[in-house]
Design a protein around this ligand. Structure first.
Ligand SMILES: [Zn+2]
Length: 175
């Protein structure tokens, strides 16, 4: 399994995780423990209609916290699938950690995000030679540019490609 990470700053990078543990959660834990060196516990549940998960992780800025992590990990392991399916986050936190000091941040929805775009694909096409472009169009009638991260495909037909060059020519003329 390939994990792609896109930090707020710095280059996007990928980690490869072997699927040789008992379940997906254990494979992901192995990734964080080995590659990121962050003690991590992941629980994933699914019943065919719902999926829910919980991740317990030491923040990278803290170091001497392994005792705390083991204690919290033991508490976290007691969560039941049904509880994660039905309870709101504050209730889950209260049930698990009511004897601890808990700080709850505002929730952030999970969203799809990839830095690819049609414009970027167009820019890549323009790095090809005219002969290469004509050869692809002659064979396929179009140029498909696939994003290797999210699998989005951007399709350019002969008219689209001509428009790319028309645009760049008019820009050249202005200069
Ligand atoms: Zn993409």
């Amino acid at each position: 399994m390939v994990i792609t990470l896109t930090p707020d700053e710095g280059e996007r990078y990928q980690g490869i995780v072997s699927l040789d543990h008992v379940n997906l959660a254990a494979c992901l834990e192995e990734y964080f423990n080995q590659s990121e060196q962050l003690p991590t516990q992941i629980q994933l549940f699914a019943n065919g209609k719902q999926a829910a998960g919980m991740l317990l992780q030491v923040l990278p800025t803290k170091s001497e916290q392994n005792d705390d992590f083991e204690h919290l990990s033991t508490l976290t392991a007691t969560i039941k699938a049904e509880e994660l399916f039905t309870l709101e986050a504050p209730e889950v936190l209260h049930r698990l950690y009511h004897q601890e000091e808990v700080r709850l941040f505002d929730p952030v929805d999970v969203t799809f995000k990839c830095t690819c775009s049609r414009d970027r694909s167009a820019a890549a096409i323009k790095t090809l030679s005219q002969a290469e472009i004509e050869a692809i169009l002659a064979e396929e009638d179009k140029i498909d540019m696939g994003c290797e991260y999210c699998n989005q495909v951007y399709t350019f037909d002969a008219i689209d490609v001509a428009a790319l060059y028309a645009g760049s020519h008019s820009n050249d003329a202005k200069q």
